[in-house]
Design a protein around this ligand. Structure first.
Ligand code: ADP
Length: 271
């Protein structure tokens, strides 16, 4: 009887250990799969513009007496594919730089209102192309310890998306607020929105809701994953709410200053 008991205990322990082992193997497998998925996504994304350029160039080669307008049109298309390739490579490099494991933040005390104003000023020309109104409401002065360049990049990506995925004559509204521990930025647009079934994936690398539609607007599908990395590096949070045909709101919450060891952030019930 004693022996059987021992056996049972051993057996249980064995089960626990083998369960742990299986879980570890599973997670290594998953990591490996996501890595090879990533490599295959990168190759695919980089190859697409090259394929288009090759087709465009091939159709010009060996054609004599083509009207100059056709040459110009094809060369313009080739140039825009080159821009696209460039954009993807820049985003990829940024993404690697912003990787949580390797990135370091260059903290300084920054006037967030001024930073947002600069971002909006830079994006005004692309907003005017679609006659989109950019509105900024700042409820109080906010000075925070952040990496100005990286954080500016995150806000810029969000506002750029709000313009890109908007309608003609639409609007983008940015707000800034703070309490004693955090500052809050919302970017709200009157755009096309994100379907509920896609919303969980928009921060994934290379994910685009509608490949065909999104291709026309340019972009690599890396923008939001870069944004998320930057916000997480700042120990902040980002959330998204969206309704198709109505618009999208991204809200960002970031601590006003870098936490010293032993300090705790109280949850203020940010939703
Ligand atoms: P990109 O803009 O380069 O495609 P992002 O990572 O910035 O990549 O965004 C991923 C996808 O999320 C976009 O392709 C688009 O479908 C969707 N998206 C992002 N921001 C918005 C927005 N403000 N309104 C509607 N859709 C958006």
């Amino acid at each position: 009887d004693f022996d059987t008991k021992l056996n049972v205990v051993d057996n249980n322990e064995f089960m626990i250990i083998s369960d742990k082992f299986n879980k570890t193997v599973e997670s290594i497998k998953r990591l490996d799969e996501s890595r090879s998925q990533f490599v295959s996504n990168v190759s695919h994304e980089l190859k697409t513009p090259i394929t288009s350029m090759k087709i465009l160039a091939d159709s010009l080669v060996g054609q004599d007496n083509l009207p100059i307008e056709i040459y110009q049109e094809f060369m313009t298309d080739i140039a825009s594919e080159i821009d696209r390739e460039n954009e993807i490579i820049t985003d990829l490099l940024d993404m690697v730089k912003m990787d949580k494991k390797t990135a370091t933040l260059n903290y300084s005390s920054v006037d967030i209102k001024e930073l947002i104003e600069q971002v909006l000023k830079r994006l005004t020309p692309i907003a005017s192309e679609k006659n989109i109104e950019l509105v900024f409401e700042s409820f109080r002065p906010v000075v925070a310890d952040i990496d100005e360049v990286k954080f500016g990049r995150a806000i810029s990506n969000l506002v750029e998306n709000a313009i890109k995925y908007n309608v003609m004559d639409g609007w983008v509204r940015v707000t800034l607020n703070s309490d004693h521990k955090f500052f809050y930025i919302t970017i709200n647009d009157s755009g096309i929105g994100i379907p509920a079934e896609n919303i969980d994936r928009i921060f994934d690398r290379f994910y685009r809701v509608d490949k065909a539609r999104d291709r026309e607007t340019g972009g690599s599908g890396l923008g939001l994953s870069i944004v998320k990395n930057i916000i997480i590096l700042h120990e902040g949070e980002i959330k998204v709410y969206s309704k198709e045909e109505e618009g999208t709101t991204f809200s960002v919450r970031v601590p006003l200053r870098v936490l010293k060891e032993n300090e705790n952030i109280e949850d203020t019930g940010f939703i």
